[in-house]
Design a binder for this molecule. Structure first.
Ligand code: ADP
Ligand code: MG
Length: 483
């Protein structure tokens, strides 16, 4: 499938670089002891530093540093043992200091990379340029009173990491896969909760278009996109808009745009500031941050198994397809459930049943895996019954439905309803004899060379057994009887 945009003047390629802002999971803010708890009453979690009171001194929260280093290591990135905090100066009502403390020339994390698991099973590599640490701003609330704006500073000063990518993505699909993968990684290592609904993770999408293989075009930056679906839509819209402008003889202005999710379009927010507009300079209240290699090594040693490592293990050890493995490791809750399953069930059977039968049913009742009515242990019990031939796959699907309805265990349902697979050869033979007796003319046809009818006899036998006869045994016995 070509991802190019077909224009009147030929094919256009989309070029995308993402800046992901991720709220760092810490109990307190980046430079103050105020709490980071979400959903508190407005202005409850505000220390004097966060309110920009004169003469207050920021004190760095070591946990935030550790989390940024963890994230850098999880992206295989260069960790800079010396980094510098700078003031990025701008005026905004939700920024009481009049500047944001950020990192500019010397960020804590340098170049890394991230692997995208594409739906066709392929893997695409995208460069990470840097990760820097910075303060979040507060929130302006305009909806309470038509004449006033209110300011809530609970979020002001909360630690953020900004992960900047290289302009390596070439389609909305790749950008969506990037955001999903980033979310998955930070959630595995616990450096960000990845909750896009609460704004813990949001991204700016830089989009340009160019003739295939040509020089980079001028980019527009779409600010604060807060879902994977919106990111996809915003990029598709924006790329089309740019192609239309260029093809009708216009030029792209480098600007900051907003995505309107109800209209599905992007529109101008402001023309783009350049770095010199912010008058970056090292914050005189903060010394350069120096960490040791031993500190970094200790963090590295404490990292859990990451999504890519886990995916490779599932492929090489369990024989899962890259696609299934990618789906299961994609959400840490899926992976945790699957890990539980594989303690007691065949890994391949478990992957198939989890991604098709379980996900399908969860989807139907609108439940996530965390609140699945079927626990991993209960599901593993069902899988074990398939694995040891107590029930067929077909019967197992009915049992799973009943487990969803009644909350009963697989074993209880199978026993109560007598669903055990019939492997007793005598019993199966009896059924086969009846099927043969009732279909004498078909038997004659079969014997005169109509081989296809074998399937008919298998079907009739299984049906007569209520789906309970072991199919392999039915096959063997039928072959013997009909020859
Ligand atoms: P700024 O702060 O001005 O947004 P950054 O360097 O932080 O600048 O981020 C620039 C982002 O834009 C990066 O993700 C980069 O990959 C992306 N980018 C740069 N040039 C282009 C381009 N021509 N088309 C699309 N994205 C681009
Ligand atoms: Mg930017």
């Amino acid at each position: 499938m070509s991802q190019y945009i077909k224009g009147n003047t030929g094919d256009w390629e989309i070029v995308i670089g993402l800046e992901v802002h991720a709220q760092i999971t810490t109990q307190s803010k980046l430079f103050s002891g105020a709490s980071t708890t979400f959903g508190a009453e407005p202005n409850q979690n505000v220390a004097f530093v966060d309110a920009g009171m004169p003469g207050m001194l920021p004190v760095i929260n070591e946990k935030a540093i550790e989390q940024a280093v963890r994230t850098g290591l999880a992206l295989g990135a260069q960790i800079n043992l010396r980094s510098v905090f700078d003031r990025k100066n701008y005026f905004y009502p939700d920024l009481p200091q009049g500047y944001q403390i950020s990192q500019f020339l010397d960020p804590i994390v340098g170049k890394g990379e991230i692997l995208l698991d594409m739906p066709d099973g392929s893997v695409k590599k995208v460069g990470v340029t840097r990760i820097h640490i910075e303060q979040d701003a507060g929130k302006s609330l305009h909806e309470y009173n038509p004449k006033f704006s209110y300011i809530d500073l609970n979020r002001a000063g909360v630690a953020l990491m900004e992960v900047v990518s290289e302009p390596d993505m070439r389609s909305a699909d790749e950008a969506a896969a990037y955001l999903k993968k980033m979310r998955s990684i930070v959630r595995y290592i616990g450096s960000c909760d990845g909750d896009m609904d609460k704004g813990s993770m949001r991204c700016d999408a830089n989009v340009s278009v160019r003739k295939v293989g040509g020089p980079l075009g001028t980019r527009c930056e779409i600010k604060n996109v807060n879902s994977v679906r919106f990111l996809h839509k915003a990029i598709e819209f924006e790329a089309m808009r740019q192609v239309e402008i260029i093809e009708s003889g216009g030029v792209i202005d480098q600007e900051t745009r907003l995505f309107d999710s109800t209209k599905g379009e992007t529109r101008t927010m402001r023309s783009k500031e350049d770095a010199h507009d912010y008058r970056y300079f090292p914050d005189p209240d903060l010394l350069p941050l120096e960490i040791t290699q031993e500190y970094v090594d200790a963090i590295k040693a404490s990292l859990p198994e990451l999504p890519d490592e886990r995916k490779n293990r599932y492929i090489s050890k369990f024989g899962l397809s890259p696609y299934d493995a990618g789906v299961i490791v994609g959400e840490k809750e899926y992976a945790a459930y699957y890990e539980e399953l594989t303690k007691n069930a065949d890994p391949k059977l478990a992957a198939n049943w989890m991604t098709s039968e379980l996900f399908g049913r969860l989807n139907k009742i609108g439940a996530d895996i965390e609140n699945s009515p079927i626990s991993a242990a209960a599901f593993a019990e069902l899988l074990a019954l398939i694995g040891n031939d107590t029930i067929s796959g077909k019967i197992a699907k009915d049992v799973l439905d009943k487990m969803f309805e009644s909350g009963k265990s697989a074993k209880a349902i199978v026993e109560e309803e007598g669903l055990q697979q019939v492997t007793d050869m005598g019993a199966i033979e009896k059924i086969i004899d009846e099927v043969i007796a009732a279909n004498q003319n078909k038997v004659a046809e079969y014997k005169s060379g109509k081989d296809k009818l074998f399937g008919f006899f298998v079907g009739q036998t299984l049906k007569a057994s209520g789906g309970k006869a072991n199919p392999a045994a039915v096959n063997d016995l039928l072959k013997a009887k009909l020859s």
